[in-house]
Design a protein around this ligand. Sequence first.
Ligand code: ADP
Ligand code: ADP
Length: 224
Amino acid sequence: MKIEANGLSKIYGEGESRVTALDRASFQIMPGDFISITGPSGSGKSTLLHLLSGLDQPMSGRLTYDGQDIYSLSDRERSALRRRSIGFVFQQFHLLPVLTAWENILMPLLLDKKQPDEAYLEQLTQLLGIGSRLTHLPHELSGGQQQRVAIARALIAQPDVIFADEPTGNLDSRSGGEVMEMLRAVHEKMGKTLVIITHDNRVAGMADRRFSIVDGMLTEVGGR
Ligand code: ADP
Ligand code: ADP
């Protein structure tokens, strides 16, 4: 899926408290891209992610998925498109504590009343690499394992794109490394498009394209 943003802007508040959270951002995310976005706290990263994933309306500008203007869709159509096309990974893993790892992973399929594709499930469990621990509850897993389960859940509905918001922010460097290895494999072996928001320069350095955002101004700063 190709994502194209043209002049995306978001302004919060009025008068004295007016904040330009995103200032005319224009860029293209091509199928299979691995992109990192870095920027200080308050620079507009969450705003950008919410606009990109169709969770929030821009004040102006256009956003298309494969040419389809997503803000011309109804809320219902847009949310269906989001569920089909995008997987989300968060800093706090957001696993349901009373479900096993495997049940957490399958949850999006239950919500969508879809059948798992066997070959895809096999590929996913290989990448996940926690074997017998799939029957454990989240609190019985390490932080890194929990985040890997969350990544598998993000992938279960076979989206084209993964948006990860500080996926290693809650982990020590070794677990963070394991999580990044899994994300790298998701990109290289499954061909998914990856967009990672991160404060960690080592994480950002793994991306093929690097963006920086400061005071709502997004710029591409290079790549590997
Ligand atoms: P980051 O994710 O980089 O920390 P945000 O996108 O959350 O940045 O915020 C960008 C700017 O927009 C900040 O100045 C923030 O205070 C402001 N902002 C974010 N959300 C709101 C909101 N709902 N109402 C008012 N201001 C907001
Ligand atoms: P934090 O950065 O505070 O640890 P998270 O990483 O858990 O927060 O979440 C990052 C952002 O993603 C939050 O602004 C939250 O509103 C948003 N978010 C939470 N759940 C979802 C969801 N299901 N889909 C899209 N965005 C979400």
